[in-house]
Structures are given as structure tokens and as C-alpha cells.
Design a protein around this ligand. Sequence first.
Ligand code: HEC
Length: 219
Amino acid sequence: MKSISYTYFLLCLPILFSCNTEERVSREVFDNVKRESAVKRISEVQIVEKALAMGNEISDEAQEQLMSTLQNAIEENGLVGALNFCQAEALPIVKSTGSDYGVEIRRVSNRFRNPADQPKADEEVLLGAYEYNHEAGIASEPNIQKLQNGEVLLYTRAITIPGQLCLNCHGDISTDVPADVADTIDQLYPEDKAKGHKVGELRGMWAIRIPRKEVISRL
Ligand code: HEC
């Protein structure tokens, strides 16, 4: 009932103005109604869809940044040099892509290399679902989960091992990872769990916390 009379009021506004009664409906009231209707017209479905699109775009961009930096580092300094570079630069690269969009980005994994990439409680559930799907051979889609009463939208997306390049540092020690690389990994990451992977396996997931206001400001 409320929304019908509200819509009716909005529909009437142009008529009121065309009748030249601008004095009666002050500019301020008109602006308030306009602002309010702009807020009301955004549905939860639109917010979730936009957050999903933003998450896809941001994770694509962060991934591209990481890949091009990794490839350059390998070309210029070899695998061991690239390892040191990754240790120094991977987190800052991911963070800076996040701050460009006003979001917080993480790459998380239960088989983490950097202990900072262990999943938090709310991420763990989703990572578990991706792991389950992977084991069961079910394709995993990116997902949006509402946190803090919907004030934050948590975007998640599976990260798999796309090719042989990754196995230089994440593959089997006896066949894929050169000995000097394995030694450096042991020195840099004594708790490393990120070796022994095969192409196509789940490596972890993107976890991007998008504030609701950032989504709305882009709608
Ligand atoms: C030159 C070695 C090297 C190569 C090649 C490499 N990585 Fe990594 N990877 C690392 C290092 C080092 C870290 C830890 C970075 C840090 O300390 O923040 C890491 C961390 C990660 C993480 C974050 C989770 C964790 O375990 O800490 C993901 C996800 C990941 N790598 C995926 C990949 C994928 C996918 C590829 C192939 C496209 C790849 N890596 C290729 C060295 C490498």
C-alpha cells in the first residue's frame, strides 16, 4: 500500500511541475524524494549482481598484475630471484589493486605458503565448499556472501593451477621444483604447504571484501 501511494506521488510530480506549482513543492522536498527514490530503486539483487561483477573484475586485474610481474621477475632474475621477488611483492601488489577499488583482497589457501594467507573463519567455510566441489568434480562458480548484516559483501572465487609454470614453485619436489628453488622455499617459508600440486588442482581462492557503499556508488 505504502509503495503504491509512493509511486503515485512520484508519477504526479511532473504534473505538479507542469502546472507551475513549484512554490508548493519546494526544491528541497523534491530533491529529498529524488534521492530517496534513487536509494529505493536499488534492489538487493542488483547489489549482489554488481558485487559479483566487481569481484570478477578486481580478481582478474589482480591476477593479471601478479602474472605479468611474476613472468618479468622470472625472465630477469630466474626462478630463485622470482621467489624472493614474490615474497616481497605478492602481498603489496594484491593490496594495492584492492585499495584502488576501496576493497580488501586476499588470496587464501589451506595449503598456504605464506602463513598470512590462511583463511579466516568466514572464509574457511567457503574454501571448504570449493574444496568439496573440486574433489567431487563439480565446477565452482564465484560467490557472494553477505557479512555484517550486508554491510560487507564477501566475493570468493576458486584459484586453480592453470599450467606448468606454477609447478616450478608449487609442484612436486622430485619432478617439478628445481633443487635450488626448493631450498630457497624452505628458507623463506619454513611452514610451506604449497608444494606437491598438479595442473588443474585447486590452489586456493580469492576473498574480496567489498563494502556495500562501494557497490552502491558504482550502480
Ligand atoms: C617463482 C615461484 C612461483 C611461481 C612460478 C608461482 N608461485 Fe605462487 N607463490 C610463490 C610464493 C613465493 C608465494 C608466497 C607469496 C607471499 O609470501 O606473499 C606464492 C603464493 C601463492 C598463492 C597464495 C596462497 C599461499 O599459498 O600463500 C597462490 C594462490 C599462488 N601462489 C598461486 C600460484 C599460481 C596459480 C601460479 C601459476 C600461475 C603460481 N602461484 C606460480 C611462488 C611462486
